[in-house]
Design a protein around this ligand. Structure first.
Ligand code: GLN
Length: 484
């Protein structure tokens, strides 16, 4: 789609301004129902679109992504634009700077339509944890979009944006991509700079693209990836034009299917998955059963490491440095009252009490406990050791096969409210996606079928995981699947 729009722009069949306006019109029509966006950046978008049109008129070269409208998850900073992370604590926060990925998108002259909804601070699997209300699945408004990058997935699925950026700490790009029938890529840890991403769990977070096709994801990734002085974990490995690697040929490639992921799989999902394996075989790939023996510990490991990092990262939201500050609640009591001079501690406590939602508070408390003296070795350190074993599983298997293939999710999009009272069921939604974050490998979700649910057909994604920094490999394999 990006290539086609690019040709139209270049040949002056459409202007970037008109294209951008069309998308805003679509958003205004569709978004009141699904609520993918938290903030629209119309001025910013149209200003850039005008610059692109001028360039085209002058006959200058433009980048493939120039003039193409996209949406940004609202935990990624865009300078001078409200950035909330879907939390009340950042309700009035205006980002002073661009995240590195935004800086790069602006250099490409991509159009930024606005900021999309998410679970508060990216904690959740349904976007129901947003302080601004849930996003609804465009394919069935009674169902969730997945999360936490739910707004970014919904915007693309509803045709409100051509591409979007999400962040993925335990599946937050891939799970909503699967629920909405779009493509989503979590790059290798370190492939994309995290500078300007509001941190959730720093050793797991990665920014990545969502779009309607694998090629579009590749095009966006090429523009945001690469080394960055502002993020020491952004790898120095050379960045690539990933779209140039999509030759559609996977003959002879070895695809490993981990048996642990098939145990107890829903029979309808199993059917779709088996069919997709046949398709890979018909394209010349070799399917091999493999084992990732520590998979059973992945969820527990993730829910120890992630909250520990969350509790540390979110300590900065204290009513002093960023966003909300509650220090005047009791000020209207009479003058000599002991409440007039509120202590700093009270400001911290009231700000955090009022500003954070339930899920966020729960994770901060869990993480603080896991890191506290006397428990650190038993919980956090142990989880780190198991993480190493999980990574080793991947290392061993990826020596024998080129890619690892699984369903992205154990289910299709569930109904709104279905799991809000049952955290374990909610957490299990990421059972197939968190291992890629723990191991740091790249992983892509792409549509492989759909299941009839009531009146609607709800999509399901397949997930390809690859060797560290082999984004071109999984993109090409998913692209081959998509075009055949
Ligand atoms: N759903 C997972 C969680 O709640 C993953 C979130 C994410 O990837 N940001 O932790």
């Amino acid at each position: 789609m990006i290539r086609e729009l690019h040709e139209k722009l270049k040949n002056q069949k459409i202007t970037a301004v008109k294209l951008t306006q069309d998308y805003f019109e679509k958003i205004k029509k569709t978004d009141p129902k699904i609520q993918a966006f938290l903030t629209l950046t119309e001025d910013l978008a149209l200003k850039e679109a005008k610059l692109v049109d001028k360039k085209i008129k002058r006959g200058e070269e433009i980048d493939l992504l120039a003039g193409i409208p996209g949406a940004i998850k609202d935990n990624i900073c865009v300078a001078n634009v409200r950035t909330t992370a879907a939390s009340k604590i950042l309700d009035n926060y205006i980002a002073p700077d661009d995240a590195t990925v935004i800086d790069r998108l602006k250099k490409s002259q991509a159009i930024i339509l606005g900021k999309t909804n998410l679970d508060e601070f990216a904690m959740g699997s349904s976007t129901e944890n947003s302080a601004y209300g849930p996003t609804r699945n465009p394919l069935d408004n009674e169902r969730v979009v997945g999360g936490s990058s739910g707004g970014s997935a919904a915007a693309v699925a509803a045709g409100e944006a051509v591409w979007s950026l999400g962040s993925d700490t335990g599946g937050s790009i891939r799970q909503p991509a699967s629920f909405c029938g779009v493509v989503g890529l979590k790059p290798t840890y370190g492939r994309v700079s995290r500078s300007g991403l509001i941190a959730m769990a720093s050793s797991l977070d990665q920014i990545g693209p969502l779009a309607n096709s694998v090629e579009d994801c590749a095009i966006v990734l090429s523009r945001i990836a690469g080394e960055d002085l502002l993020d020491a974990t952004a790898a120095q490995s050379a960045n690539k034009r990933y779209e140039d690697y999509l030759n559609g040929d996977i003959a002879g490639k070895k695809i490993g299917v981990p048996t642990e992921y098939l145990d107890g799989l829903d029979p309808e999902i199993r059917k779709i998955f088996d069919k997709s394996l046949e398709k890979f075989e018909s394209l010349g790939a070799k399917i091999k059963l493999v084992s990732l023996p520590h998979t059973q510990y992945a969820l527990a490991t993730y829910y120890m490491i992630m909250p520990s990092e969350v509790s540390s990262n979110l300590a900065r939201f204290d009513g002093v440095k960023f966003g909300l500050r509650i220090n005047d609640k009791k000020d209207d009591v009479e003058e000599n009252s002991e409440n007039v001079n509120r202590s700093l501690l009270e400001t911290y406590m009231d700000t955090r009490h009022y500003g954070f939602g339930r899920e966020v508070k729960k994770r901060i408390m869990l993480g603080t406990f896991a890191l506290s003296s006397g428990y650190y070795d038993a919980y956090y350190l142990k989880a780190q050791k198991i993480r190493t074993l999980i990574k080793k599983d991947f290392q061993e298997v990826l020596e024998k096969v080129d890619y690892i293939y699984t369903p992205t999710t154990p289910e299709i999009a569930f109904k709104l409210g279905e799991k809000t009272q049952d955290p374990l069921q909610m957490y299990l939604s990421d059972i197939y996606t968190i291992t890629a974050n723990l191991a740091g490998v790249p992983a892509i979700s792409f549509p492989i079928g759909s299941i009839k649910a009531g009146e609607k057909n709800m999509p399901l994604g397949g997930q390809l995981m690859g060797k560290w920094f082999d984004e071109e490999g999984i993109l090409n394999a998913a692209h081959s699947y998509e075009i055949n």
